[in-house]
Write a protein of this length. Sequence first.
Length: 381
Amino acid sequence: MPVYSLLFFITSYFALITEKFKNRTLQGMIYLVIIVTSAIITGTRYFLGGYDIYNYFYFFERTPVLSQLNLFGIVKNNGIFGSDVGYLAVNSLIKTLGFSFFGATLLISTFFYASLYLFFRRYNVNVLVCLIFFFYKAFLDLTFIYMRQCIAVAIALIAFNYLSKSRYLTYAALIFLASTMHFTAIILLVLIPLKKIKLTKKRIIIITLLLCLSYVVVFLDIKIFTYIAGLFSFLGGSATMKVDSAAGLNDLYASTITSPLHLLEFLVLDFMLIKSIDKIEYSEKNNTIIWIFICALPIYTIFANEEIFIRMKYYFILSYPIIFYLIISTYKDIYKYVCIVIACLWCFAGMYKFGYQFDSGNLYHYHSYITKNVSIFLKDW
């Protein structure tokens, strides 16, 4: 954990001191240095991420170049959704350009962090404060382990900009594209009708109470998604199989329950938001990000025992730091700094715990292929 810890503490330090920066150019440069450093650490990791990273490696090795890829045949046999045809095409394109698997991890990492940076910059927030939350909630799992979903999340972050501007066709097109990388992204279409509803203090309270009460279905071991899985049968092909699996109709996804700690974390932020909502300036952009935040709650309540929904959290939890910053921006400076320090301590503990426990400490010691005798280019190039 030394590498991750050093990156975290450097980010935390600059997150605090840049709060008072008036020089926006210098502030932006610090943002970029931290973002680029994070992208390099993620992109040059050497077989870190459990067995998943080996699966991605072997998948890349077996992927043909574009001239040999029968993409239309694959779509015809398996459907466009659920077979991850988009991820196959991305691998084929990267290979066609002459990059090896290690080049692919660097390119995917660069794309993700560029999308993440632009996502945070659309809001009047301190990017480094946002990264503190990111290091805890998504750094070591989403970007290190789940390469397919990492691409899907990056596309979703771009799509959210069009959602906030009510450009629904563009948003839907990008979400469909993300769904070809990882089928779970299809859930984001639900934000189109939701975003049209203005969230008020009263509505947030009602939604929170109703969804918290729905947690009783978890104790009763009732899987709600089982009853609505049939609605997705129109997707056909591999998509139907994955929906059936998510509903517990086959064993593609394991049976597990989300830790109540994640629900508690959400409720703390939710309570702070309810207390401050009237002080936060209303805009379509802010209303959209609050809806993205609220959509994380069903994952920790009514769908807490659905494995596939647990994986969907990554589309929503990157709204946490923006919500947090919108809230503390309504506080006096002293309370604002106290909140940032508490957030740093909590997020570091969470990041450290995950890195220490995942796959018997597989992520604990960082290894970069920069120190190995490997190339980001294929040998034939």
